[in-house]
Design a protein around this ligand. Structure first.
Ligand code: ATP
Length: 892
């Protein structure tokens, strides 16, 4: 039956009246509510309280120390630092979160086939209007609510609405008993999925007025950033937090003991003031130690990876997939469309029947098919199954109008094609009242059930098939049977035959994608095994595998290939033994794929699997990473973790590269963050035992925290991927993100930084040589506080050491010289911000940070000694970088 659908003007009219087919998103929290929310984080609250207390101390000092306004600088600095850190974190996080929002639009851009202006065409789902005549096929998600006007074996998964996983539907309500179902059996609803069959519906409700629109709350897509990595990091964060509380407690005890033992009692108010100061240092240390930047680093990394992966045709649907892909050890891939271009073209037809049967051969191609051609443009475009589409194109190029052949017949029954059955059958009735059964499918299966086989024909068929398969072609066999009066051959999804006649073979070429061979080599070099799972014949599969460099006839043998039926016969134990060697599963059925995935997983592999059909959903769900294809069905897409938009295998290689890089970036950030942590915690802790003042003040620590948490996350978490990660073997998925090498490095380097800064602190305290020499005798006098200038030097040494170390962290595990590693624009921006920020702190805002300017004097005159000190600190601290460089050269 042919439908006209709406005309363009009717579409506009309908859209004006009923609006667009989109669900209005639920209003989210306003931005300022989210922003204020960030200040309610427990640590920030503590810090804010500390800030208020410090104002109280300042007020006290103000009245006691001669009305000097400078006493208010430090508390002001604290508030500015809190404000700055929170605002920056908010801005970057909300920008990253925006990147995730594209996921919510993906569904609206899914395409739908429908009739419009008298032809078949494809449009985005959101453009559907009331009155549209929509074509629905197995695996589709219903785009809007409407009534069925034509259907074959329609089974719908309504679980999103009613919880019913399989409802039978039909154009004729009398066909199905719907007395117990929620919705009438001729009604299709948005968001439900076609599990079987196909049909036509007329849309009568769109967008918010659909049943789904009424219950719609949130997008179905999981865009939470909870990934296994996240959980691992949360655990690590928890541990660090606990340690930092212990250290903070120790600092308070040490400082108060120091105060009480080595100072004369001056009354409660000074004591209280000292106590508050200590508490603030301790709280700040916790703020420094707790890696608040970690979740942000992960979010930034994921958002960055996700938006960049999208540019390389990977749409990440579930966040964990980004990182899991980096750990993949096996990729099970489809053949058609993924390794090949899915640009099917009939290469040759071999007709075996008598001349008068030729019309059946043509009708089998035209009618026993679900594909259509969109002829509205200059060149016809296939809508639906590409294999069938190639047959329609072949008919068209031979001057045959497939629609004419279809329109003079009525379909009376159909057995749809599926990978399990590997053939399709249709029963029709002609206008002349002739009834015919058409079959097309895998040639060996179709030929086998024909009654007109003979030896020479069998030989010829086999010879032709071998020839085509050696050319990597897909082959189809065709057969027909004239149905006797009163009989039917398709009943209850089963086929019964009595006189099937073989018509011929069609060879269809589908060239291998040009970039696949390189991509296969790339992932193989990366230590990942590739396995082809295809419904096609062993011959075709082997040839494709050979062309992409996966199969070598001189090395590979029958151990490396298996067919679906042989596969099914293996016991689980046998399968686990053989699975590592298998490279190809030919003539596979959908459940074979799932079983393959399970066997590999049982062997400890991290498995990624591709799939495009509804039948692939179980395998996609079972795999660690399910990769659906851009051309795949909605059901496959929903079951998957990543959609490969261009269907190409080379995009999968890129997903691996991104996954690995993402993991490395988090490791780099972690290394940097924890090294600073070790140094800062040890310095403040030990410093509080040997001096009355903390070596780093509250505001200074907050700046250090900003560098290592927020800036560190931004600089290191979103570095571009490097190809070199593809030369390594996959990481062990169960191992901790904090590797032994990292642990050694962060403890070692952190400790060295601590020793260096503590050494200076000690020197500054005891810069009075006399008292240094008499230390053992007059210990009490030796506990000086340091001068503001010394504090400036100490602070500068601490910051610049870590500044250079950020470069080392960036190069971590790249195996490259610092001068060779590609830094990103973002990285350099952060470098600039840190340099300018540090100079701003010491030269302009110095009073807020308890330091004094170095380049100039407080009355703004050039200060040569201070400038030289600064230059010495910057250049000498860069030794951090040279040591790494030297190590790099030596280790090579
Ligand atoms: P994969 O995409 O997994 O590599 P495939 O798409 O080649 O595999 P199937 O779709 O299962 O695998 O096809 C298996 C065989 O069924 C084909 O070799 C072909 O002979 C036959 N076949 C494919 N499509 C159709 C169809 N629409 N109608 C009838 N037979 C078909």
């Amino acid at each position: 039956m042919k439908y006209n659908g709406l005309s363009d003007s009717e579409v506009i009219e309908s859209r004006k009246k009923h609006g667009e087919n989109i669900l209005t998103p639920v209003k989210k929290k306003t931005w300022w509510k989210e922003y204020i929310g960030m200040f309610t984080e427990p640590l920030i609250v503590i810090l804010l309280i500390a800030g208020v207390l410090s104002i109280a101390i300042s007020v006290y000092d103000f009245y006691n120390l001669g009305h000097d306004w400078k006493v208010f600088f430090e508390p002001t600095g604290i508030f500015i630092a809190i404000f700055l850190a929170t605002t920056l974190a908010y801005i970057f996080e909300s920008r990253a979160n925006k990147a995730f929002n594209i996921l919510n639009h993906v569904n609206d851009d899914e395409t739908v086939d429908l009739y419009r202006n008298g032809t078949v065409t494809t449009i985005p789902r959101k453009d559907i209007v009331v009155g549209d005549v929509v074509i629905i096929n197995t695996g589709d998600e219903i785009p809007a609510d409407g009534n069925i006007i034509d259907s074959i074996d329609l089974n719908i998964d309504e679980s999103t609405l009613t919880g019913e996983p399989l409802c039978r539907k039909s154009a004729d309500p009398k066909d199905v008993d719907d007395s117990e179902t929620t919705y009438p059996s001729n009604r299709l609803l948005r968001g439900t999925k076609v599990m079987e069959g196909h049909g036509i519906m007329i849309v009568d409700k769109i967008g918010d007025s659909t049943e789904m629109g009424k219950v719609y709350e949130q997008s179905q897509i999981d865009n939470s950033v909870k990934t296994p990595l996240n959980e691992q990091l949360a655990k690590l964060g928890g541990l660090i937090t606990k340690c930092s509380y212990i250290i903070a407690g120790l600092i308070i005890i040490a400082q108060l003991t120091n105060y009480l033992v080595f100072n004369e009692w001056q009354g409660w108010i000074p004591f209280l003031s000292q106590f508050l100061r200590t508490v603030m240092i301790a709280v700040t240390l916790i703020v420094v130690a707790v890696p608040e930047g970690l979740p942000m680093a992960v979010t930034l990394s994921l958002a960055y990876s996700m938006s960049r992966m999208l540019k390389t045709n990977n749409l990440v649907r579930k966040m964990h997939a980004c990182e899991t892909m980096g750990a993949a050890t096996v990729i099970c891939t489809d053949k058609t469309g993924t390794l090949t271009r899915n640009m099917m073209q009939v290469y040759k037809t071999d007709f075996f029947g008598k001349d008068e049967q030729y019309k059946y051969f043509l009708e089998d191609m035209a009618i026993n098919s679900t594909a259509q051609l969109d002829t509205s443009g200059e060149t016809p475009v296939v809508i639906g199954n590409p294999t069938e589409g190639s047959l329609l194109l072949w008919l068209k190029s031979n001057g045959i109008d497939y629609n004419k052949l279809r329109n003079t017949k009525t379909r009376t029954a159909e057995l749809p094609f599926n990978t399990e059955r590997k053939f399709m059958a249709t029963e029709i009735q002609t206008d002349e009242n002739e009834r015919i059964l058409y079959i097309k499918g895998a040639p060996e299966i179709v030929y086998d059930i024909c009654v007109d086989k003979n030896e020479s024909k069998t030989e010829e068929v086999n010879r032709l098939l071998a020839e085509y398969q050696n050319k990597a072609m897909r082959t189809l066999g065709f057969a027909y049977e004239v149905i006797k009066e009163g009989k039917t051959h398709i009943k209850n999804n089963r086929l019964s035959l009595s006189n099937l006649q073989f018509l011929g073979i069609v060879a269809i070429s589908d060239p291998v994608r040009t970039d696949v061979a390189d991509a296969v080599k790339e992932v193989s070099d990366a230590g990942i095994n590739v396995k082809i799972v295809t419904g096609d014949t062993p011959g075709t599969a082997k040839e494709i595998a050979r062309q992409i460099g996966l199969w070598d006839n001189s090395i590979d043998n029958s151990d490396n290939i298996i067919t679906g039926p042989e596969f099914a016969e293996l016991s689980d134990g046998q399968l686990r033994e053989r699975v590592a060697d298998l490279k190809i599963i030919a003539r596979a059925r959908p459940l074979d794929k799932k079983r393959l995935v399970e066997a590999l997983q049982a062997n400890g592999e991290v498995v990624a699997v591709t799939g495009d059909g509804t039948n692939d959903a179980p395998a996609l769900k079972t795999a660690h990473v399910g990769l659906s294809m851009g051309d795949g069905t909605s059901v496959a897409k929903e079951a998957s973790d990543i959609t490969i938009i261009d269907n190409s295998f080379s995009s999968i290689g890129r997903a691996v590269m991104w996954g690995r890089s993402l993991y490395k970036n988090i490791q780099r950030f972690l290394l940097f963050q924890l090294t600073v942590n070790v140094a800062a915690c040890l310095l403040v802790l030990v410093g509080s035992f040997i001096g009355t003042e903390s070596p780093l003040t509250v505001t200074q620590m907050l700046w250090v925290n900003l560098i290592m948490d927020t800036f560190g996350a931004m600089a290191l978490a979103s570095l571009p991927p490097s190809r070199s990660v593809m030369n390594e073997k996959p990481r062990d998925r169960r191992s901790s993100i904090l590797t032994r090498a990292m642990l050694w490095e962060l403890i070692g380097v952190g400790f060295i930084f601590f020793v260096i800064t503590l050494g200076f602190y000690w020197l500054f305290i005891h810069s009075d040589i006399d008292s240094l020499l008499q230390l053992s005798n007059v210990e009490i006098e030796a506990r000086h506080t340091i001068t503001t200038y010394d504090a400036t030097l100490l602070f500068s040494i601490f910051v610049w050491l870590h500044f250079w170390y950020m470069f080392n962290s960036r190069c971590f595990e790249t195996g490259e010289s610092i001068f060779k590693v590609r830094m990103s624009k973002g990285f350099w921006t952060i470098v600039m911000i840190i340099v300018l920020g540090q100079l701003f702190i010491t030269e302009i805002a110095y009073e807020f940070f308890n330091v004094s300017p170095m380049i100039h004097t407080t009355d703004w005159k050039f200060n040569p000694t201070g400038t030289i000190d600064l230059l010495i600190i910057i250049s000498v601290s860069s030794i951090v970088l040279w040591i790494r460089e030297a190590y790099h050269i030596l280790s090579r």
